[in-house]
Design a protein around this ligand. Structure first.
Ligand code: ZN
Length: 174
């Protein structure tokens, strides 16, 4: 460790102990060149979480920003609690940042939050999705609404498609 006084890189550790909060190690050192003493702290390096925006630029990930977006989407939807949202974010963070080398596209975070909200509250889902996807046109927005409308028994706005029932045609005879 380089001495802060004379810049010599030759010191002796006199004493090491855990700092009171337990998150770092405090070392008392003595510079062998000038004899002065100084203290260093070692702590775990937290992996920094970065997001990649749509335009390709990187930014520090902010949980507050995501949470704010969710809170706005859930405004006046009384059955959704802050705890629920925080927990969802934590799960999404764990999933994305652990697997993606700490750099996650904001788009992907949006998708995950969207997915979560879809399972919790349809109004919040539509609100959130319409903001983060920045729908280019009304048609794209309607496409997102379609599954919801179908689920609720309303007629879809455009055409009606009959799904192929792939799984029923699989038969195994020996
Ligand atoms: Zn020194």
């Amino acid at each position: 460790m380089r001495c802060p006084y004379c810049r010599a890189d030759d010191d002796q550790v006199m004493d090491s102990r855990a700092a009171t909060d337990g998150t770092s190690i405090r070392r008392r050192r003595r510079c062998k060149a000038c004899g002065r003493r100084f203290t260093t702290y070692e702590r775990h390096e937290l992996k920094s979480r970065m997001v990649v925006k749509k335009n390709g630029t990187c930014a520090a990930y902010s949980r507050d920003k995501v949470l704010q977006g969710m809170i706005t989407a859930c405004e006046k939807r009384k059955h959704i609690t802050l705890d629920q949202l925080t927990q969802a974010i934590e799960e999404i963070e764990a999933e994305l940042f652990d697997s993606q080398d700490c750099e996650v596209p904001t788009q992907l975070i949006g998708e995950k939050v969207s997915e979560f909200l879809q399972g919790v509250d349809e109004v919040a889902y539509v609100r959130f999705t319409s903001v983060y996807r920045e729908f280019a046109d009304v048609q794209a927005f309607l496409e997102t609404l379609k599954p919801l409308l179908q689920k609720n028994g309303a007629k879809p706005p455009v055409e009606e498609e009959v799904e192929n029932e792939e799984h029923d045609t699989e038969c195994s005879t020996k």
